[in-house]
Design a protein around this ligand. Structure first.
Ligand SMILES: Cc1cc2nc3c(=O)[nH]c(=O)nc-3n(C[C@H](O)[C@H](O)[C@H](O)COP(=O)(O)OP(=O)(O)OC[C@H]3O[C@@H](n4cnc5c(N)ncnc54)[C@H](O)[C@@H]3O)c2cc1C
Length: 430
């Protein structure tokens, strides 16, 4: 057993793995023994959901052994990555480390989880070690469905970046835009719901249009959409009319917007109506929960993970909780804001369940900010609670930015969005 106090020292990889192996010696593993030996909660994934959950668990019950398993040493955040693509922010401003989490007494395993054994309550890591848990919190974010769009796959993404996981892909799309000749056509392919960050593609189109307005006035961005409606649609469209006339065109599903195949060698995107030849193609493919969710048996046929909305416990595997983008969170969108508040509610539920107490039913807030230009922000907020096995939106509790607001209101919202991201990242990683 690792005494909670001692874990404040940063364990080396070797000492950590030795402890982890001790907690679940292969072969003679017995869950009841592990329960007496250490109240260990394992968190898989160090994004907004996982890092928040690990920190909240430790804060709520410092005696818990909390192990965060995440293969990357640096987390690159998606919120505000559209600003990087639009050339008004640096990618390094999106990067965060886990050093402060280690200082909180959270055990960090810089590894990927490759298998989960729900019966034995143990996870297997990429180094072959096993870590036992009393409860497991799974927060692997999303994976892209490489088989969903004919012509599109991991190799095609090097020519037609998705930039839907921040990092190298964000940088690639930014560089492609910078290298594009004035007059080139930018095409963004947007999938049907559900996907990570519902307003994200429209914020991206806006900030690319802003870049074109500044640098390449003869160019244009076309959004090919697999749906007819989208988040904050009226606000976006009003802003596009005001700021980007002739620079940004949205083609909805009913006008032939759905992309049915792509060809990365010619940079063409086909719909049922016509073929578009892009100078820069940003293809955002359909998505699913991170692959480990399927391996754990917590994803359903949709590819996402059904959960109990009060505790975030999987409805198919007891003792495994799923939080963030990977979960089916009813009416809540897949956002960093939501991942953060869900993770706190989940941590409260996990600590209650470990103490044989009844978890309280949460009320969860989400706000999605979008930038249409650097000084033009809009937002939509909602409040959610469990009802009939789902997280449902409480009517009248949320709100949306007003249409026809003055420029000062839009500028204030842009500044609030910036403040929100700074506060969130400081809370989660700082
Ligand atoms: C362009 C864009 C803009 C966005 N803008 C906003 C915004 O303005 N506001 C907002 O609220 N949200 C925004 N989002 C959405 C937000 O980024 C996600 O909702 C959020 O990152 C979800 O957090 P998560 O922890 O569930 O997943 P992630 O942040 O993806 O974290 C998952 C982590 O799990 C790790 N992992 C995966 N598999 C394993 C494994 N097998 N073993 C160990 N670790 C594993 C990964 O390495 C990763 O670190 C945006 C998204 C995009 C794409």
């Amino acid at each position: 057993m690792t005494p909670a106090g001692r874990s404040k020292q940063h364990p080396t990889r070797r000492t950590f793995l030795a402890r982890a192996a001790g907690a679940a010696s292969a072969g003679a593993f017995h869950p009841a023994l592990a329960q007496r030996a250490a109240r260990r909660v394992v968190v898989i994934g160090g994004g907004f959901a996982g890092a928040t959950c690990a920190r909240t668990l430790k804060r709520l019950d410092p005696r818990l052994v909390v192990t965060l398993v995440e293969p990357s040493t640096t987390y690159t955040a998606c919120p505000f990555s559209n600003e990087v693509i639009g050339g008004i922010r640096e990618l390094r401003d999106q990067e965060f480390t886990y050093d402060k989490l280690a200082g909180d007494g959270i055990e960090l395993a810089k590894l990927a989880v490759t298998g989960i054994d729900p019966q034995a309550r143990a996870v297997t890591t990429s180094e072959g070690t096993r870590i036992s848990y009393e409860r497991l919190v799974l927060t692997p974010g999303i994976d892209l469905r490489w088989d969903a769009l004919p012509g599109y796959g991991a190799a095609a993404a090097e020519r037609m970046p998705h930039a839907w996981k921040a990092g190298a892909q964000t940088d690639l799309l930014r560089r492609q835009l910078a290298a594009m000749e004035d007059g080139g056509l930018v095409v963004i392919a947007v999938p049907a719901n559900p996907y990570r960050c519902p307003p994200g593609p429209y914020e991206r189109a806006s900030l690319i249009a802003h870049y074109l307005k500044m640098k390449k006035l003869r160019s244009k961005v076309i959004v090919l959409d697999a749906k007819d409606n989208f988040s904050k649609q009226k606000l976006f469209q009003q802003a596009w009319q005001q700021l980007y006339p002739g620079l940004l065109e949205w083609v909805p599903l009913s006008s032939g917007g759905k992309v049915t195949s792509v060809d990365p060698t010619t940079l063409t995107l086909a719909t049922d109506f016509q073929t578009y030849k892009a100078a820069v193609a940003n293809v955002i493919p359909p998505q699913k929960a991170g692959a480990i969710a399927e391996a754990a048996g917590v994803a359903d046929r949709t590819g996402w993970c059904p959960i109990d909305p009060a505790t975030f416990e999987s409805t198919s595997q007891p003792m495994i909780h799923v939080v963030g983008d990977a979960a089916i969170a009813g009416a809540m969108p897949k956002s960093a804001f939501a991942a953060n508040v869900q993770a706190k509610a989940c941590a409260a539920a996990v600590t209650a369940l470990l103490a044989d107490a009844t978890p309280t039913s949460p009320k969860l807030i989400n706000t999605c900010y979008s930038l249409v230009a650097p000084d033009y922000g809009i937002s939509v907020a909602g409040v959610y609670q469990p009802a009939n096995g789902q997280l449902v939106e409480i009517t009248g509790a949320g709100g949306i930015s007003p249409l026809d607001a003055p420029a000062s209101t839009r500028a204030a919202e842009a500044s609030i969005a910036d403040g929100w991201f700074r506060t969130l990242s400081a809370e989660v990683f700082g």
